[in-house]
Design a protein around this ligand. Structure first.
Ligand code: F6P
Length: 373
């Protein structure tokens, strides 16, 4: 692919798990970069894999048409890292050199990497290898450091809230406990937001280790008030504080030590809340029938909400402005309503989890949403 030498040329890739708003962000960057600053825009396919393998498309008016509302990513995505690319024999290899080679072959002035925390890490590696990079924060998990919100989160929260709404009516008809598994990796933003918005009765998040007895007590309190059904949301990564499900006996501890298992691995294996198991135990403890619904990737699909379209577009436009100024090596974050550049070093390797004093936690406690502690 050739290009006129006078204009800047940028590459865009999407990396990590997809989410609603990715196409809106691609469109935002491309429209401003082309329209306002006269740059050439190249799309790199399937995340960093396409950069290593030199698989690209030109992004023009035609490619941008209809993008604002379209879910997923027209560029495709992958979780592959340039410095740890999977090889056919199962090993991994550092392919940073190949990624840099594609960047130079395409004569790029900058690479826009749209992704979550892992993408920021990868982008930092490329920066260290001499590439100009800018990242945009996306993920349904909302766990990227140094930004108040990631795009994709609002859409996923809307979907999870709607699911809780729908589970309410069937729970109430059958007088059941409904457990709903909500994504979020190791952060509880999505489960907590949807539980507050959907009026769940119990919400288990990774940041607040839960106790089985506290959950049972919350359900019993509801029963005493004449409520014959309950909604329990379980965030991916939710853990038990101690005690059963999870509690390690001395023999387990010894075996783990012998097998050289790290503390967090033990915790993850033994203390993780497994909804199916929790449902069974709750039925035994309360005598109320329980069912589990796993929302899974439904939360990542479909059209973005208006909030996500707007955020993705504004982040993209700010990226184009930074490109024009030659301001590289940053993520564009949302801070107090403004789009601001943040050094990649301050983002990579960090996670934004729900702080114990967050207003949403306070809200949960005030309205009587049991957090399992
Ligand atoms: O990061 C988004 C996310 O959906 C997480 O909530 C979840 O842990 C993970 O991706 C699932 O990844 P995959 O689609 O690769 O199974």
């Amino acid at each position: 692919m050739t290009r006129p030498s006078k204009s800047k040329c940028i590459g865009i890739l999407t990396s990590g798990g997809d989410c609603p708003g990715l196409n809106a962000a691609i469109r935002g960057v491309a429209k401003a970069a082309k329209g306002a600053y006269g740059m050439d825009v190249i799309g790199i396919l399937d995340g960093f894999t396409g950069l290593v393998e030199n698989r690209v498309i030109h992004i023009d008016e035609r490619e941008m048409s209809g993008l604002l509302t379209l879910g997923g990513t027209i560029l495709g995505t992958s979780r592959n890292k340039p410095h740890k690319m999977p090889m056919p024999d199962g090993s991994t290899r550092d392919m940073t050199g190949a990624a840099a080679e594609t960047y130079r072959r395409l004569n790029l002035d900058c690479l826009i990497c749209i992704g979550g925390g892992g993408t920021a890490k990868n982008a930092l590696e490329l920066k260290k290898a001499g590439l100009n990079v800018i990242t945009l924060p996306k993920t349904i998990d909302n766990d990227v450091a140094m930004t108040d919100m990631t795009f994709g989160f609002d859409s996923a929260m809307y979907i999870a809230t709607e699911a809780i709404d729908r589970l309410h009516t069937t729970a109430s008809s059958h007088h059941r406990i409904m457990l709903v598994d909500i994504m979020g990796h190791n952060a509880g933003w999505l489960a907590l937001g949807a539980s507050l918005a959907g009026g769940a009765d119990v919400c288990l998040i990774p940041e607040i280790p839960c106790k089985f007895d506290s959950i049972v007590q919350a359900l019993e309190r509801r029963r005493q008030k004449g409520r014959r059904f309950s909604l329990v949301s379980v965030s991916e990564g939710a853990v038990y504080a101690s005690g059963k499900s999870g509690a390690k006996n001395k023999k387990d501890e010894k075996n783990d030590k012998k097998n050289g298992k790290k503390k967090h691995q033990k915790n993850h294996r033994l203390d993780h809340v497994v909804s199916a198991e929790l449902a069974e135990r709750l039925t035994k403890a309360t005598g109320i029938e329980a069912r589990v619904t796993s929302l899974g990737h439904v939360q990542r699909g479909g059209i973005p909400t208006a909030t996500d379209r707007l955020l993705a577009t504004e982040l993209g436009i700010k990226a184009a402005e930074l490109l024009a100024d030659g301001h590289y090596g940053v993520m564009v974050g949302l801070k107090n309503g403004k789009m601001v550049p943040v050094k990649l070093e301050d983002v990579a390797g960090k996670k934004k989890t729900v702080p114990p004093d967050h207003p949403m936690i306070e809200t949960a406690r005030l309205i009587g949403l049991c957090l399992g502690d």
